[in-house]
Design a protein. Structure first.
Length: 367
């Protein structure tokens, strides 16, 4: 399924080029700047073991939400987290206590990856909307069952891919929607960092290594642009002089009928954060976003579009905070103000593609 519709984008001509880039960043937060007259959404979190679990701070600072409590069955993790700012002064509960909290509507699932789907399934069975951090586990059938159960109950499953609401990516979606880049024939993404020795051992648990851990963020974008590929060829390498068996240097080539895409990810790139990028090439233009965090873009067009001229130009964006717009959009969806832009078919296609990129030969929903 190709990239999500962006029907919130402004349709009228705007006075400044930067508005095209900044409007998207404000689309979701603008509607959540003040508390809703419907009252806050009661939400809780299961787990502090995921690398992104501290995003709970975003929900605590958003008037759309009331954080009722947090669950962490691991005593060591719980003790380590209790005095950290994202979790300070919260009520610690069992999972059953959280799910039985009166008025609870949603749950953030932020456990270690191996446990994400088990907790997500229980939350959906309890009738709760969920935000699941990435990636969506190793069992495609289990993930598909969760998505199906949520759809049957009209519940939201929001994946925690951290670039979906990036203002550069939202601008890209607008350009694609309006066919400004023409037919897309090439997409290239790089997502790397340095992983320390302790974390390398933890990540080596997963055969997909760095593609499973980190490359998934940009695979989400590639599938959004081009849809699910016809074929995926993974290249798995262990390149560091360490005996941890982590596939730390990985490349996936995605094949389409009229396009190709590559995703590269490593655990050893010293300049990894600054060099993270996404390049989208079409017959009428090229969009290059680098870095992905605090993004900046170079846009080349064969014809003018709104305030963008024909030729090459730099596009700047405001600083943004990860997950702020995810949280705001989640609130709007739960309240019925809009539908999700990331339907279950997209999330399932991303997970199917990811498992192939991790070297799983025949990931099947029917297993």
């Amino acid at each position: 399924m190709p990239f999500l519709k962006v029907d919130q984008m402004p349709s009228a001509h705007v006075a400044r080029r930067t508005f095209l880039a900044t409007a998207a960043a404000g689309l979701y937060t603008a509607t959540s700047a003040a508390a809703s007259p419907l009252g806050p959404i009661r939400i809780g979190q299961i787990g502090v073991g995921h690398a992104h679990a501290s995003k709970l701070s975003v929900y605590r600072n958003n008037p759309d939400y009331e954080v009722v409590g947090i669950v962490e069955p691991d005593e060591q993790l719980r003790k380590a987290a209790q005095e950290r700012d994202p979790y300070r002064d919260l009520k610690w509960m069992t999972r059953e206590e959280l799910l039985n909290t009166p008025g609870l509507q949603a749950v953030l699932v932020e456990t270690p990856v191996r446990d994400l789907l088990d907790h997500a399934a229980v939350c959906v069975a309890a009738g709760k909307h969920i935000h699941i951090d990435k990636p969506a586990g190793q069992s495609l059938p289990q993930f598909a069952a969760i998505l199906q159960a949520a759809e049957q109950q009209k519940l939201l499953v929001q994946m925690g891919y951290m670039y979906r609401y990036n203002p550069g990516i939202v601008l890209l979606r607008q350009l694609l929607r309006d066919n400004c880049l023409g037919q897309i024939f090439e997409v290239h993404a790089v997502m790397s960092k340095v992983v320390d020795a302790t974390d390398r051992i933890l990540l080596a648990e997963f055969p997909g290594g760095m593609m499973f851990e980190l490359g998934c963020h940009v695979l989400d974008l590639v599938v959004g642009i081009l849809g699910e590929p016809a074929d995926v060829t993974p290249y798995l390498r262990h390149s560091a002089p360490l005996n941890d068996n982590l596939n730390d240097n990985m490349l996936a080539v995605l094949e389409y009928s009229q396009a190709t895409a590559t995703v590269r990810t490593t655990a050893m790139e010293v300049d990894g954060f600054r060099r993270r990028h996404l390049t989208v090439c079409g017959t009428a233009g090229t969009f290059h976003l680098q870095p992905l965090d605090n993004p900046a873009a170079v846009l080349t067009l064969s014809a003018p579009y709104r305030d963008f001229k024909a030729g090459t130009q730099d596009v700047s964006f405001p600083r943004y905070i990860r997950y702020v717009d995810d949280a705001a959009d989640m609130a709007r969806i739960i309240r019925g103000e809009k539908k999700t832009d990331f339907p279950s078919a997209h999330d399932l296609a991303v997970q199917h593609t990811l498992l192939k990129a991790c070297g799983e030969k025949t990931p099947s929903i029917d297993q």
